[in-house]
Design a protein around this ligand. Structure first.
Ligand code: FBP
Length: 344
């Protein structure tokens, strides 16, 4: 529910919203609010850099590769540094992990360690940055043993253990979408006052949908359940679904998730037979898990096709998973197709 009619004085800032939510929690110490404040400050700096783009020479490739073997954009590295510098000094974190860095990022010795871990994708959809399409930052917050140097094992926790997940969209508006386990809320950055203002309270995904998102160019590598589901959607009214479907694919996970949060739909980046060793493209710890927490908190479902994403026990910080999520009734149908015997 947008609240554009509300006067300035009625506007609820992110800080006010979080402090009011935390008041309900007996053991809240305010540390989480301060941590979130630092994450948001980093995203405001990133929004500024992304927005200025060619004016400050930050577009284009950096000519280096990340742990995923992907050529890094200049902004992949710049946004990663902004996140690390905004989060390492605060005393809230035991450690961090980033899509752009191989190993967990340690808190420098001169700073105190805290009781949280943050895993993040500093610039999701970066393949779209040079063509001025929506990109974003995705983050996931876990608790950790206080005052100790966390091992990699400390990060490898199920998505169901997340205490908070969110993403910031750098699009026509800069928006933050957030959950701490009490539903999903959206905030729009008021560039005039530099504050995120609550504009989308209690976002809910429609259970029904007639829109799907998938990279069709991978069709020949899909497994039978996905082939069947997409074929039936494309068959439209004359087909077994008896209704027409629309298709969207932004190739920016943050943008595809935000569309589905607003008007429903199904997103698939499924397992494909291209490289059996590689179960999918998207990463569990800082893409699938935070999005799964948000999608489920908004009434949708999120699965690999055969397993709930939030129940997966991770074995690597950069592991990839098949990712299927969206409107409840459609995902239940897709999961039922995986349960039916097929010829491949
Ligand atoms: P990164 O840019 O963070 O590596 O994200 C991967 C991503 O761009 C997702 O945002 C998007 O959903 C997907 O890859 C698009 O994949 P493809 O280019 O195969 O369509």
């Amino acid at each position: 529910m947008t609240q554009s009619a509300k006067s300035l004085t009625d506007q609820v800032t992110l800080t006010q919203f979080i402090i009011e939510q935390q008041r309900g929690l007996p053991d809240a110490s305010g540390t989480f609010t301060l941590l979130l404040n630092n994450i948001v400050t980093a995203c405001k700096q990133i929004s500024h850099r992304v927005n200025r783009g060619a004016l400050i020479g930050v577009l284009g490739s950096a000519g280096s590769e990340n742990v995923q073997g992907e050529v890094q954009k200049k902004l992949d590295i710049i946004t990663n540094d902004i996140m690390v510098k905004a989060l390492d000094w605060g005393g809230h974190l035991g450690g961090m992990a980033s899509e752009e860095i191989d190993d967990p990022i340690k808190i420098p010795k001169q700073y105190p360690k805290g009781k949280y871990l943050v895993l993040f994708d500093p610039l999701d959809g970066s393949s779209n940055i040079d063509i001025n399409l929506t990109v974003g930052t995705i983050f996931s917050v876990l608790r950790c043993r206080e005052g100790v140097e966390p091992e990699t094992e400390d990060f490898l926790r199920k998505g169901s253990e997340q205490v908070c997940a969110g993403f910031v969209l750098y699009g026509p508006s800069t928006m933050l979408v957030l959950t701490t386990g009490n539903g999903v809320n959206g905030f729009t950055l008021d560039q005039d006052i530099g504050e995120f203002i609550l504009t989308h309270r209690n976002m809910r995904i429609p259970e029904e949908s007639s829109e799907f998102a998938i990279n069709m160019s991978n069709q020949r590598f899909w497994e039978a359940p996905v082939k069947r589901y997409i074929d039936e959607c494309i068959a439209g009214q004359e087909g077994p679904r008896g209704k027409n479907f629309n298709m969207r694919w932004v190739a920016s996970l943050v943008a595809d998730v935000y569309r589905i949060l607003n008007r429903g739909g199904v997103f698939l980046y499924p397992y494909d037979l291209r490289d059996p060793e590689r179960p999918g493209k998207l990463r569990l710890m800082y893409e699938a898990n935070p999005m799964a927490f948000i999608i489920e908190q908004a009434g949708g479902l999120c699965s690999t096709g055969t397993e709930r994403i939030l129940d997966i026990k991770p074995h690597d910080i950069h592991q990839r998973v098949p990712l299927i999520f969206g409107s409840k009734n459609e995902i239940e149908r897709l999961i039922s197709y995986y349960q039916q015997p097929t010829d491949n």
